[in-house]
Design a protein around this ligand. Structure first.
Ligand code: PMV
Length: 305
């Protein structure tokens, strides 16, 4: 039987979440410690199996609206229409700011193209993934769609040429999952509303984050982890002032800082989801991980630069 296979991975936003929506720069890293693979096989009806649903795609819950829309869009582009069984396997935690929705969309697109032996160029894949992301996120910057299929860290400004970054620093990122679902769509909408109510403050914070992201890009060419850490701390302050953090994130960030992190912040959409901490030493990174797990982190990962 003919099959089509597609893969994508998770991502970590190092800096620039939310301000990236307003055309400020962001830096994101591919995170291959968590992955999604999608297999499509011919079927009498359009069906899906994944953690959210097993059965007809049209009866799937709203979490799969992005997949319903993107499969239709892929068929339109390829000028083909066929029923598939879509099998989704993922180790990316859902709704935690690790790019799960974009990764599943990217892997599904790639699997259908693979099934038809069609070449999938980067631009087409991006445009299709953005169809799915518009449903999951409302007003997606495009960062998740790109980074979940990129092998390299990216410096991203909406609508501009994307820079692949060669990161020179020797260090470790510790990722802590609050166990709470992030609420990217709502947080993006709420920030939009705050920007209308208090444009001066929110614009200052958005541009401030943009400047920090620009400085961080330069710093990633060297190995000054202390200054990098202070930029991460500063960006957390700005995100807090924007109202994007919450008590679970603040708790894990405080624990990391008390345990020797050089800098800690939320990562992704906020209001739950994950945070990150920076260490120059693997043993210290593991101690931070342990401290996070003792203090209500659902799970943790350590990733080497
Ligand atoms: O929650 P995530 O990982 O999907 O991150 C969203 C990042 C935002 O900047 C908040 C939104 C976007 O579209 O870039």
């Amino acid at each position: 039987m003919k099959i089509g296979i597609g893969h994508a991975h998770g991502k970590i936003i190092l800096i620039g979440e939310h301000s990236v929506v307003y055309s400020q720069p962001a830096i994101a890293l591919p995170f291959k410690g968590v992955q999604v693979s999608v297999k499509v096989t011919p079927s009498e009806q359009m069906t899906v199996d994944c953690i959210y649903h097993q059965g007809l795609l049209e009866e799937a819950p709203s979490q799969l609206d992005n997949i319903k829309a993107v499969t239709l869009e892929v068929f339109k582009r390829l000028n083909k229409q066929q029923n598939f069984h879509i099998h989704i396997e993922s180790t990316i935690p859902q709704e935690r700011g690790m790019g799960s929705s974009a990764a599943v969309a990217n892997a599904t697109i790639a699997a259908i193209y693979d099934y038809y032996d069609e070449t999938l160029d980067k631009q087409t894949q991006f445009e299709l993934a953005q169809v799915a992301e518009a449903i999951s996120h409302g007003d997606p910057s495009g960062l998740d769609a790109l980074i979940t299929v990129s092998d390299k860290p990216l410096y991203f400004v909406k609508g501009q040429e994307i820079d692949e970054l060669d990161i020179e620093i020797k260090g470790y990122l510790i990722i802590g999952d609050t166990g709470e679902k992030g609420q990217t769509k709502l947080a993006v909408q709420a920030l939009g509303q705050r920007k209308l109510e208090n444009p001066q403050l929110i614009n200052e914070l958005i541009y401030g984050l943009g400047r920090l992201a620009y400085s961080l890009k330069e710093l990633l060419k060297g190995n000054d982890l202390y200054t990098i850490g202070s930029i991460l701390n500063k960006s957390q302050q700005y995100l807090s002032q924007m109202g994007i953090s919450n008590s679970s994130l603040n708790n894990l960030i405080t624990i990391s800082n008390q345990s020797g992190s050089l800098g800690s912040k939320l990562t992704g959409g906020g209001w739950g989801g994950c945070m990150l901490a920076l260490s120059d030493d693997l043993v210290l990174a593991q101690q931070i991980e342990e401290a996070l797990l003792k203090n209500n982190a659902r799970q943790t990962w350590v990733l080497a630069f």
